[in-house]
Design a protein around this ligand. Structure first.
Ligand SMILES: Cc1cc2nc3c(=O)[nH]c(=O)nc-3n(C[C@H](O)[C@H](O)[C@H](O)COP(=O)(O)OP(=O)(O)OC[C@H]3O[C@@H](n4cnc5c(N)ncnc54)[C@H](O)[C@@H]3O)c2cc1C
Length: 490
């Protein structure tokens, strides 16, 4: 069954949900999510949201300066100004909606410090801020009658339909349907699953970036990938549990295999240097020691404080037989965040008319070469709101024009795709483009990724979630490695 909507939103993370809330009642919206509605990177966010909320001790200039320093001045200053000046309002809206940010004994928002921030400006809900935000936003969206929500619904193709509208081909209940929409907001999240080890949720396969790319949208800085220095060093799990920066913010120290502090050897900011600096320090120290064992130590802090401040981390580590109030936590860097993405302007407009992008799949230029901790949820909120407001304005001009012809629906049936493509792509990315990239490995890695992509595209395989995600991983790997190759030859 084909259907028409004013707006198609792809994703039920912070960006997609917050966008959905902005539309007036007369705008009909379809919001889709390829898995359960709460399975997303947003739900995993621990540390919090950065915003200037206490002007007696902080100001926009300081937040802007911190963002620029972390981003190595490769950021888009205008985008940061929008983020920093408008963000506090969006955070207060979340609070009004019911997000239970932690409060001090006087009922004021508690603000913590994270690496790279010169002021305490991170608001949080214990160590599960993302989940608190997603649950509240979801509750709110569910009360908006103009928003239809479909979970387990996968966008696998985006096309330009007649009269310039967009047509999204979706897989829902095992069959293909066509959604015609005046506008689409891609809020499909990051690419972590292109690596062997990542903190990202299973949904982070870069589908939105791939579909926008296939439609001709400009993709920018996809090789700018952030590696988190302190993921729990589990032996086998692909999704690695994050030991939030806030743990270091509260005084945890990094130790090498000999139990020695080393971070200050590489940067005078020590454990509180920006993520890329700390990740680099760990990799260099591991080379120097010939050992990949590293630890975070917070045992010197009061046990009750630690349990209360980091209940989720405490519980998760206990499940791995580590009591963080008494034992060191084994950690190692892994993929965490994507700075680049679908290139957008200050209203989240991509280079394809009517296609918007917000959140981790987008490139606003806010983060430059490296994201400042806790700026990403803020970016998702600010730019998804701006996307929705811009669309509402444009809808008032376009709404009554007819859609024209729907494109043909596709035959999904085909051969079974061989196993192993995803595993191979992950290995290539881990070898070629991890914390300290290996330029000498990139040409071969790129060649093989292109072969895999070519095989996926031309193999006549059944179109299902596995196919779509494998295609996304291969496409993302090709774009990242091509960019890395070009940057290296500059
Ligand atoms: C462990 C962890 C901790 C973090 N901590 C913080 C923090 O403390 N502060 C901070 O600011 N940031 C943090 N981040 C980063 C931040 O959480 C993300 O950048 C942000 O939440 C991304 O939101 P999003 O809405 O863009 O994407 P997501 O929240 O990842 O949502 C993506 C959505 O798109 C859907 N989707 C994807 N592809 C398709 C498709 N083909 N069809 C249909 N639906 C699709 C998914 O199902 C999902 O609903 C953290 C990230 C991780 C992984």
């Amino acid at each position: 069954m084909n259907k028409e909507y004013d707006v198609l939103i792809v994703g039920s993370g912070a960006a997609g949900l917050y966008a959905a809330l902005q539309f007036p009642e007369n705008v009909n919206v379809l919001l889709i999510s390829k898995r359960e509605l709460t399975l997303s990177n947003s739900s995993l966010a621990q540390g919090g949201v950065a915003a200037v909320l206490d002007k007696s001790n902080d100001n926009f200039k300081l937040h802007i300066a911190d963002t620029l320093i972390a981003g190595k001045y490769k950021n888009n200053l205008q985008a940061i100004e929008v983020l920093v000046s408008e963000g506090p309002n969006d955070v207060m809206k979340l609070k009004e909606m019911g997000v239970a940010f932690d409060l001090d004994e006087n009922g004021h928002l508690m603000m913590t410090l994270e690496a790279g921030h010169s002021r305490h400006r991170i608001v949080h809900h214990k160590d599960s801020t993302g989940r608190a935000i997603v649950e509240t936003l979801l509750e709110q969206v569910q009360t908006h009658k103009n928003v239809e929500i479909l979970d387990h619904t996968l966008l696998y193709k985006l096309e330009k339909a007649e009269n310039g509208f967009l047509a999204g081909l979706i897989l829902s209940d095992g069959s293909s349907k066509i959604i015609a929409a005046h506008y689409c907001i891609m809020a499909s999240g990051g690419i972590g699953r292109v690596y062997q080890y990542t903190t990202n949720s299973a949904i982070a396969t870069g589908d939105g970036i791939t579909l926008a790319y296939m439609l001709g949208a400009r993709i920018k800085n996809l090789s700018l990938i952030q590696f988190h220095p302190t993921a729990f060093a589990a032996e086998n799990d692909r999704e690695r549990f994050l030991i939030s920066e806030a743990v270091r913010g509260e005084g945890a120290v990094l130790l090498n295999c000999d139990g020695e502090r080393f971070a200050e050897k590489y940067d005078k900011r020590g454990e509180l240097a920006p993520r890329d600096v700390v990740s680099n320090a760990i990799m260099l120290e591991s080379r120097a020691k010939g050992n990949e064992k590293f630890y975070l130590d917070i045992t010197h802090k009061d046990a009750e404080f630690v349990k209360n401040r980091f209940p989720m981390i405490y519980e998760k580590c206990l499940e791995e037989n580590i009591d963080i109030t008494k034992q060191w936590i084994p950690v190692f860097p892994c993929q965490h965040y994507l700075m680049g993405g679908i290139d957008v302007d200050l209203y989240a407009r991509t280079t394809v008319d009517r296609l918007y992008a917000a959140g981790e799949c987008s490139h606003t230029g806010v983060h430059g070469a490296n994201r400042l901790a806790s700026n990403s949820l803020l970016e998702a909120l600010v730019f998804s709101r701006r996307a929705a407001n811009d669309i509402t304005r444009r809808l008032n001009e376009n709404k009554d024009k007819p859609f024209g012809e729907f494109p043909e629906s596709e035959n999904l049936a085909g051969k079974e795709m061989p196993h192993g493509f995803r595993t191979e792509i992950r290995k290539i990315m881990q070898d070629c483009h991890f914390v300290i990239p290996k330029p000498e490995a990139v040409p071969d890695g790129l060649k093989r990724s292109k072969e895999i992509l070519d095989n996926i595209n031309n193999g006549g395989y059944t179109i299902n979630q596995d196919f779509v995600e494998a295609r996304s991983l291969a496409t993302v790997a090709c774009i990242v490695l091509q960019e890395a190759l070009e940057n290296d030859s500059k």
